[in-house]
Design a binder for this molecule. Structure first.
Ligand code: ADP
Ligand code: MG
Length: 247
């Protein structure tokens, strides 16, 4: 398997803040990789840079060999590279199925596709995915009435609607009831193994990321501090110091 994502010497500044500085990393196709680091170390910024939320100041980002650093979010998404958010982005007043339908990209890129009748297969696909994340029974409920954990599962299902090749997940278990965490982990493993989707996961819960990822990157102060297998990272003095230093 080759590298599905290559980040090369990426810099992103916010005024005087070096949010990402000279970051180079590569992600193996079909793998699950983790991104850790203290608060403010630049993890979310890196995800934003990769999916095109903001332009980078220097460097290159290649997805499947194609330069994507100049492309806007919807174009990157169409190539199969999608993200979820630290704070969920759902439509609280709409029900779960409606949220799913809204997140499906139109078949054709023209204004009329917005008014097209919703094909039954799209509704069926929505319901199948809601079933996959355990929300089938709640499909007619307003998304705003779901628990935070259930909203995260809905957001995951919404991302899957577009059949991504790679998903970037920003703290998928943060703020979630411990009983739901295992459910989310199981789904992520299934998404990876059965759907073949490459996963890049920002995660604060060390137990979760150590079990989930085959490889972990650690950021500190906007720079890549360490990379390696979970066992290596767990015992890396620089990583331990970065976390202890941040507390
Ligand atoms: P993490 O996700 O690792 O907690 P972030 O990527 O959110 O870190 O933030 C990295 C640094 O960049 C922080 O100092 C943060 O304040 C700054 N930053 C992030 N986004 C913005 C923004 N839109 N405008 C200004 N500063 C930002
Ligand atoms: Mg963040």
């Amino acid at each position: 398997m080759g590298k599905i994502l290559k980040v090369d010497k990426v810099y992103k500044y916010f005024g005087g803040v070096k949010a990402n500085e000279n970051i180079s990393l590569a992600v193996e196709e079909g793998s699950i990789v983790g991104l850790i680091g203290p608060n403010g170390s630049g993890k979310t910024t890196l995800f934003n840079s990769i999916v095109g939320t903001h332009p980078i100041d220097e460097g290159s980002i290649q997805f499947e060999g194609k330069e994507v650093s100049e492309l806007p979010v919807p174009v990157v998404a169409k190539l199969g590279l999608l993200r979820t958010f630290q704070q969920t982005r759902i439509y609280g007043k709409l029900n779960c199925v409606q949220n799913m339908l809204i997140s499906a990209k139109p078949e054709k890129d023209n204004i009329f596709s917005m008014f097209a009748k919703i094909p039954e297969e799209l509704t069926a696909k929505s319901e199948n995915l809601l079933n996959f994340v355990g929300l089938y029974q709640k499909r007619k409920l307003r998304a705003g009435d779901l628990s935070f954990g259930q909203q995260k599962l809905l957001e995951l299902a919404m991302a899957l609607m577009n059949e991504p090749k790679m998903l970037l997940l920003d703290e998928p278990t943060a703020g979630i009831n411990p009983t739901l965490i295992n459910g989310i982990i199981d789904r992520l493993v299934t998404i990876n193994k059965e759907y073949g989707i490459t996963l890049f996961v920002i995660e604060h819960n060390m137990r979760v990321i150590m079990n989930l990822a085959q490889k972990i990157f650690c950021l500190a102060h906007g720079q890549l501090l360490a990379e390696g297998e979970p066992e290596q990272i767990k015992n890396d003095k620089r990583v331990i110091d970065a976390y202890l230093g941040a507390q």
